[in-house]
Design a protein around this ligand. Sequence first.
Ligand code: GCW
Length: 662
Amino acid sequence: MGFEQAWLVYAKREVSAQWAGVHTICTEQRGRITEHAAAELRTAFSQITGEELILCSRLPETEETGCILLKLADGRREGGYHLYEEKGNLRIEASDEAGLLYGAFELIKQLQLGSAFDGMDICKDPVMPLRMLNHWDNMDGSIERGYSGESFFFDHNEILVDERTVTYARLLASVGINGAVINNVNVKDAATWLITDRYFEKLRQLSAVFGDYGIRLFLSLNYAAPIELGELTSADPLSEEVREWWKRRMKLVFEQVPNLGGFLIKADSEGRPGPFTYGRTHADGANMIAEAVKPYGGLIIWRCFVYNCMQDWRDYQTDRARSGYDNFTGLDGLFHDNVILQIKNGPMDFQVREPVHPLFGGLKASNQILEVQIAQEYTGQQRHVCYLIPMFKEVLAFCTYAAGADDTVEEIVSGRTFRQTKCGMAAVANTGNDENWTGHDLAAANLYGFGRLAFEPSASAEELAREWIIRTFGGDKEVLEVLLFILMNSWKAYEMYNAPLGIGWMVNPNYHYGPNVDGYEYDRWGTYHRADHMGIGVDRSRNGTGYAGLYREPNASMYDNLESCPDELLLFFHHVPYTHRLKSGKTVIQHIYDTHFEGVELVDEMVERFEGLEGRLPEKAYRRMLERFRHQKEHAREWRDQINTYFYRKSGIADEKGRKIY
Ligand code: GCW
C-alpha cells in the first residue's frame, strides 16, 4: 500500500462481528460531497473489513442491522456531526454535507482505531470556523521553506490537477481542514497572473476537486497587481481608478472560479508592495480589496507580519517584536467585516520558543486568524523530528485577558470572545511531492494534528499523536509506545539543544538550518541576542524596548519583572548576566550547558528506541526515518558543541560538571 495515502492507508485488520457485518450505506442525499463521503466509506470498508458496501437510497427495514445512514438534520453547527449506533446501525446526522463527510471520516477513524461498534456515540462541532492551510508554493514548482520535495500544485508555471490533488483533498477533509491557499504569500511573476484568464480553466478544476471535499480554494494576491499586470500606474487604495480596477477584476475572477473563498495578502512586508507606498494604512489597502470581493462572499485575509527588515543592529530602540502590534492596534475596528487579520503565533517568526503575539488580546474589534507553521523552517526542517502540537496547545491556552479572565487565544480565534464567525487557524503547510507528503514520515503528525486541533482544540497532543500513529502504522503496541515517546519528547529535545531560554535565531542566515550563534547578530533583520562576556538577552522590559508592556495585565507585569518572567522566555524579555539564577536554581550559563548536553542525550535515546522498531514498520519508511534520525543525532551534537563553546568562550565560566566543551 502506498505511502501517498498517509493516515488514510486502509490496511486489513481483525474487526468485531458488528463491524464485519456492515453491508449497506443508506442515504437520500445526492450532493457531490455526500457522494464522496459514501465513496470513502466504501473504499475504507472494502480494504479494512473486506466488505463491498452497497449504496442505496432506502431506509433500513425494521429488523435490519449493518447499515450506515447519512442524513441531514438540523441542530449542528456548520461541519458538525453526530455519529451514533442505534439498533445495530450506524447513523451520521449533520446540518450540512460537510458534516456528513466529516462524520464519515470519524466513522472510518473509529474503524481504524478498532473502537467498539455497540454504543458508539460521538458528537462534534468544529470549534474554529476557518481551518486553513497556507502553501508557500511558487509557480515554477519550488516551495519557499519546503522540505518535502517540489510543489504538487504547480510546475513550469502551470497548475496541476491530478490524482494527487484528490488524495490531498481527502487527507485535508479527513482532519476537517476547510480552506487552502495554494500559492506563496510572496506573489511574484506568473503567480500575479493567477487572477487572469491565463489560469481560470485550471483553477476551476482545482476548485471543483476541493469543493467535493468541503474545501474552499484561496489564492495569495499581489497587492500591486494592477501595476504588474500592466494595466495601471498606481495601486493607491484611495484612488477611484484603482478601486474600480479591483472591482472589475474580482467580478471576473469570482464568476470564472466558483467556490473561491477569497485571498491571502502579504503587504508591506519583506519587500512586498503595499499601501505604505501611497502613505495609506493597512486598513485602506485591505478594505479596498474587501469591498471588491464582498458581493461574492469573498474573504480578505490580511497578514500582520509587517516589520522593518532594514534595521541597524546598533539600534537598541527599534524592536522587531513590537512591530506587528504597533502597526495594527491603531487600526482595530477600521477593517471591513470580510477582512480577517492573520497573526503569527509569536511576534518574531516561528522560533522554537516565543511568547504569544501581543495582538492577541490587543485587538478587540477585528476578525483574527492564528497563523502557525508546520513547515519546520526553524524547527529542524523535517530532518529533525519536531512534533509541534504541544507548542500550539500552549499558544491556544495562553490567557490574553482581552475581555475577561477566560480569554485565551483559543477563545479569540474560535470566535467566542468577540462573537465572531470569521476567524480560526491557518498553518504554513509542510507538504510537497515526496511520496510520503512530508519528507520525514513523522512530520505528517503535524499536518494531521494541526487539522484535528483546529477542529477540536480540546484534544490533547498525545491523543492526536496516538490516533495518527495507529492510523498510519497500525496497531502494533511497541510501535505505538516508541513513536509516542519520540513525538512527545521531540519539541522539548529540539528546544534543549537549540538557542536557549527564548532568545531564538542563532541559525545560518537565509536557509535557517544549523547553528550559527552570530549568524544574524550584525544583520538587518532585527533578530539579536546581544551576548557579550558578561551576559545575554534583549531587554524588552520598560527599561528597554517596552515590548513587555504591550500585553494586558497581569501578563505585562509578569514579563516585565525579572522575578516573575518564566524561565523559558527569560532572554526574550531580559538581558541578564550569565550568573543570573533561574527559578530552577541554576545559573543561566549552567542551564545552557545542561540543556545542551541533556538534549543530545534525549535524542540518543529517541534514536536508540527507534532502531528497536526495525521489522515492525514498513521497510521503506523505516529506512527513510532511520537516515533522518542518524542525521539528527549528529546535527544535535553540532548544535550542542557550537552553542556551548560559544558561551564558554564568551563567559569564561566552566561547566560545573566538567564535560567536554571546545
Ligand atoms: O518565516 C519567514 C520566512 C519567509 C516567509 C516569511 C513570511 C514567505 O523566512 O520565507 O516568506 O516569513 O511569513 O512571509
